[in-house]
Design a protein around this ligand. Structure first.
Ligand SMILES: NC(=O)c1ccc[n+]([C@@H]2O[C@H](COP(=O)([O-])OP(=O)(O)OC[C@H]3O[C@@H](n4cnc5c(N)ncnc54)[C@H](O)[C@@H]3O)[C@@H](O)[C@H]2O)c1
Length: 414
């Protein structure tokens, strides 16, 4: 018998997760506390852009219902995936406030429910949260024992905005931290029935999974900052080319080619704050956080470095600058912690003589620039055009003739 799944929190990750499980044939009940948002979902609306989401929601409607009632979602499912926000606190740690609010309601429901229910936390949390905070709360409220009367899991996703569905359905690994084997077995089976590939099932206790989630993301950003630091050094070494060096590094299988290319650096809603949380965690354990701090430091230095390069090009070619891209990566409207946006802001704040135009196919952001609706409007008569967000269309050449004669094209991704 297939499990029935409730998804608590239908945001950027939760709604895609719900749709992917529904595609695999699971009966899914999605719950979100925003009632109008839930009404829109039930009316067939797609509330935000994510590649493939609209189509998937349309295809999977008969396997999915949406409700603002946690009790309804809980009682009509055997596994609850909690995918609510875990905002960063000022000290870098993730806040559990929204998860705790869900668990406060779920505990008494768990007390009443006879069949085995799995509470699966997908939101990114600080290591130790499941064992030290969530389980004691649920046990107290339900008067039941985790691992025996109900299951608790930590099962974070490794997805990137813009390719959430593709990543979710074809992961390298499915990370499952489990309170007990039965819980892990059930989750493994769910993913085996959902993923289009055969991912590695990485199963462990709860704390190992919590640390692994942060360690994976921070390792990826370490590679990014390594490449970018190399690029900053190569800027001052005659004949040196960081992209070429990084390509050669990637041939070594101990290193691998992914995430080791010079570029703008990392941004968005996950990587920067995962680093800050990991640093906080390391410090809490009296560990050495210097490596991760350097990763952040190198990343934070990037916008200024690139803005200075653009300003130098403007001195030579002229003040009309076309900035291509604002989002932190292609395929999204998000500009949260975007290096591209930081570069635009740095230019606007430090070089008022420049005339900035920006274009992004999806993202918009207010600033001291003119945002155009088309790539052509942005680049026409520009003295310097800069590729910030690496959209494939920006690397094409069809727009080059529109630039001012003798204009410079700066591509930070090659
Ligand atoms: N978006 C990503 O790329 C990504 C990737 C990996 C991990 N995560 C993690 O997943 C979690 C969710 O991220 P997101 O980007 O989907 O967030 P989001 O802000 O897009 O969506 C969260 C949703 O939860 C709902 N919500 C809040 N409190 C609730 C409650 N008490 N009950 C029910 N619903 C509630 C909100 O209304 C919202 O719809 C975070 O911990 C995030 O770090 C996100």
């Amino acid at each position: 018998m297939k499990e029935t799944l409730s998804i608590i929190g239908l945001g950027k990750l939760g709604l895609c997760t719900a749709a992917c499980f529904a595609k695999a044939g699971f009966a899914v009940i999605g719950m979100d506390l925003r009632t109008e948002y839930v009404e829109d979902l039930n009316a067939g609306k797609t509330p935000f852009f994510e590649t493939g989401l609209q189509c998937l929601l349309a295809q999977t409607r008969e396997n999915m219902t949406f409700t603002p009632s946690l009790a309804e979602a809980f009682y009509n499912s055997t596994v609850s995936f909690i995918i609510v926000p875990t905002p960063s606190r000022r000290d870098g740690a993730f806040s559990n406030e929204h998860i705790l609010s869900v668990l406060q309601q779920m505990g008494p429901l768990l007390a009443e429910k006879k069949p085995f229910h799995i509470v699966n936390v997908v939101s990114t949390v600080m290591p130790g949260s499941c064992q030290e905070v969530f389980i004691p709360l649920l046990e107290k409220l339900s008067r039941k024992t985790a691992g025996k009367d109900f299951g608790v899991a930590y099962n974070p996703e490794f997805i990137a905005i813009g390719s959430v569905i593709e990543n979710f359905l074809n992961p390298d690994l499915v990370l499952i931290g489990e309170s007990d084997k039965r819980t892990g077995d059930i989750l493994e089976e769910i993913y085996k029935n959902t993923c289009g590939n055969q991912p590695h099932m990485a199963r462990s206790n709860l704390i190992n999974a919590e640390i692994t989630k942060l360690a994976i993301n921070c390792y990826c950003t370490m590679k990014i900052s390594f490449a970018n630091n190399l690029a900053a050094i190569c800027d001052n070494v005659s004949g040196a080319n960081a992209a070429k060096i990084c390509q050669m590094l990637g041939y070594d299988s101990r290193i691998g080619p992914k995430y080791i290319n010079p570029g703008l650096g990392f941004g968005g809603p996950c990587f920067p704050r995962d680093n800050e949380a990991f640093i906080k965690f390391i410090e809490q354990q009296n560990g050495l956080a210097g490596l991760q701090q350097a990763v952040v430091q190198i990343n934070n230095a990037q916008p200024k470095r690139f803005a200075e390069k653009i300003a130098r090009a403007a001195e030579k070619h002229g003040p009309k600058i076309a900035l291509l891209g604002l989002a932190y990566k292609p395929g999204t409207y998000l500009t949260e912690r975007s290096q591209a946006l930081d570069i635009a802001n740095h230019l606007a704040n430090h070089y008022p003589q420049l005339r900035l135009k920006v274009y992004d196919p999806l993202a918009r952001a207010d600033g001291l620039w003119q945002q155009t609706d088309t790539l052509e409007d942005c680049v026409t008569e520009a003295n310097v055009a800069v590729i910030l967000t690496p959209y494939p269309e920006f690397f094409e050449t069809h727009w080059h003739p529109l630039l001012h004669a003798g204009a410079a094209i700066i591509n930070f991704w090659s």
